[in-house]
Design a binder for this molecule. Structure first.
Ligand code: RIB
Length: 303
């Protein structure tokens, strides 16, 4: 049974589906508008909650706003088997992501709002919870200073830490030495290491840097060679949240001591299922749905 803690953003996604992207100074008609829970942190927590088995404990630490979205976002986490005892409420608006969905792919403008108010330097009982974790996950939609304090604590206490540097920022470099797993996508990797090839980056950080390549799968170096885990072909409806599903599933498998190879295959199937439905969290599979899929391997055994 595993205890996993996600610390990060909790946002409302305002999604406009459109067949045409507006140019500067132009107004175009959208096809459909939806409001769905999102935020990279909350998405990863929901992915974990859905994939968790009886006895697993998934907790979210973060902050929502004192607005109509705040309580909806917390309720949504609880409905997906995520504990919210340490999700605070602050007198700001909740985080908002304005998403344009065009050709099944997304463009996102993110406004942190309450997500900028994560202050580990003021925490007390939160550290007790973290000290018991099998694994902690972080992303980049809360302040870097907060991530750094948490990463230093985890390093000191030898708690496994998976860091998803999304969206990429320059300060990510100082996180690499503090974390066990570092999971940029190919664009974030390119931003962070503009002068190195993907192969050089992976070989510099064996068994630590895992790069997701969208429909081309994911890659890491096992210390001897570069390993590629192929993606599974899917009929894509919406790629929003695919990376979060991948990171959540990866975290679950790693917390349960799976090898990187096995954990990546599990994460690949979860993200394959997630892109087939609308919304960041809409397609995230339950463990049951994973097991019913033809690509699920019996020996994964993530009970
Ligand atoms: O990774 C997808 C998420 O990032 C969306 O749910 C949105 O909240 C954005 O910030």
């Amino acid at each position: 049974m595993s205890k996993i803690i996600v610390i990060g953003s909790i946002s409302m996604d305002l999604v406009m589906e459109t067949s045409r992207i507006a140019q500067e100074g132009e107004t175009v008609f959208g096809d459909k508008f939806s409001m769905v829970p999102g935020g990279k942190g909350a998405n990863q927590a929901v992915a974990l909650g859905r994939l968790s088995a009886d006895g697993d404990q998934i907790s979210m630490l973060g902050t929502v706003g004192e607005d109509a979205f705040g309580s909806l976002l917390k309720d949504n986490l609880r409905a997906n088997k995520v504990e919210t005892e340490f999700v605070g409420t602050v007198p700001l608006s909740s985080g908002i992501a304005q998403i344009t969905l065009h050709n099944h792919d997304n463009r996102i403008i993110y406004c942190p709002g309450a997500n900028s108010e994560v202050h580990p330097e003021k925490w007390d009982s939160q550290w007790e919870l973290i000290s018991q974790a099998d694994l902690v996950i972080l992303q980049n939609e809360i302040p870097h200073e907060a991530n750094k304090i948490i990463a230093e604590y985890c390093k000191d206490k030898k708690i496994k830490l998976l860091y998803n540097p999304a969206p990429a920022r320059d300060t990510d470099h100082e996180m690499i030495a503090l974390v066990d797993y570092f999971t940029p996508n190919e664009h974030e990797c390119q931003d962070l290491f503009p002068d190195q090839s993907l192969e050089e980056v992976l070989k510099t950080y064996p068994n630590k840097i895992i790069v997701t390549l969208g429909s081309k799968g994911s890659v890491y170096c096992d210390g001897r060679e570069i390993k590629t885990i192929a993606a599974i072909k899917a009929k894509v409806v919406d790629t929003t949240g695919a990376g979060d599903t991948f990171n959540g599933a990866l975290a679950l498998a790693l917390a349960k001591e799976a090898s990187i190879d096995k954990a990546l295959k599990f994460a690949t199937l979860a993200s394959h299922l997630s892109v087939q439905k609308f919304g960041a969290q809409g397609g995230m599979p339950s463990l049951k749905e994973m097991k019913e899929n033809e690509h699920y391997e019996e020996n994964w055994n993530f009970e």
